[in-house]
Design a protein around this ligand. Structure first.
Ligand code: ATP
Length: 244
């Protein structure tokens, strides 16, 4: 579970987060939706302990992110926005490297790597060098690296940016599977359709604050609109900076 309470962060005179409070529950996919500059990335970085908030706090499984960043990182997997792979290494070697970074060794490391390779149906590509991997295959390696330590929580910053349709579909199926396992998935996006299709809970952020939250359906009902897009425009007053 990921929680922020009154999170505030200013960069000189830009108030990136301005009292942000929301909860992303286990067994749910939660989407942070907001226009460019709403503070989504700043929020995710505060949760991961990369940024120290000026006020408020972020918690992961009730562990304070600022006070105990190492423990928080153990509980989080981060899906990167660029899949920087070493072409000479195999997929398995990439994943094993990340397992080692998380302190796994010997038989425990091997078991963790085998497990994630099986979970993500990567057996056929596991022992191939990653040179020439398709985008979907590269994405699987990145996701395997993110979850090899079996984190309860997964954070993705604009995960489908730059992904082709096939890779996006594979990623969605993987996220559904992680949700079934009861994990907490939090991702940021400014693509409305993606959020409406994927999320159990949507947190709409504007200017570093929560403007509205609920399931896509609940937000439609609250605004009396049939589509999430219309509900969004009613709630926010504009769709500037949001992609369909
Ligand atoms: N390192 C920084 N120095 C100065 N200003 C920053 C810095 N990082 C973010 N900001 C500003 O803080 C605000 C929030 O930025 P942030 O990247 O968190 O928003 P975002 O919702 O992720 O935006 P996008 O959808 O464009 O990625 C913006 O006005 C941004 O310009």
């Amino acid at each position: 579970m990921i929680k922020t309470e009154g999170l505030a962060k200013a960069y000189k005179d830009v108030q990136a987060l301005n009292g942000l409070s929301f909860t992303a529950d286990d067994g749910q996919i939660t989407g942070l939706l907001g226009p460019n500059g709403a503070g989504k990335t700043t929020c995710l970085r505060s949760i991961y302990g990369l940024i120290k908030a000026d006020a408020g706090y972020a918690e992961v499984d009730q562990v304070n992110a600022a006070e105990n960043p190492l423990e928080v990182r153990r509980r989080i997997g981060i899906f990167p926005d660029k899949f920087g792979l070493q072409e000479r290494l195999t997929a398995r070697e990439h994943v094993a490297y990340f397992a080692a970074l998380h302190g796994l060794q010997g038989q425990a490391l091997k078991a963790a790597v085998d497990r994630v390779i099986a979970d993500l149906d990567m057996q056929e590509i596991a022992d191939r060098r990653t040179a020439g991997f398709s985008q979907g295959q590269r994405m699987k390696v990145a996701l395997a690296q993110a979850i090899v330590h079996q984190p309860q929580n997964l954070i993705l910053d604009e995960p489908s940016r730059g992904l082709d349709v096939m890779s996006t579909r594979i990623l969605r199926q993987l996220l559904y599977r992680l949700r079934e396992q009861g994990r907490c998935i939090l991702f940021s996006s400014h693509v409305m359709q993606e959020v409406a299709a994927l999320c159990d809970h949507v947190v709409i952020m504007v200017a570093g604050q929560v403007k509205a939250e609920g399931s896509p359906q609940a937000l439609c009902e609250r605004t009396g609109k049939a589509s999430f897009e219309d509900a969004f425009v009613t709630l926010i007053g504009t769709e500037e900076g949001i992609m369909l």
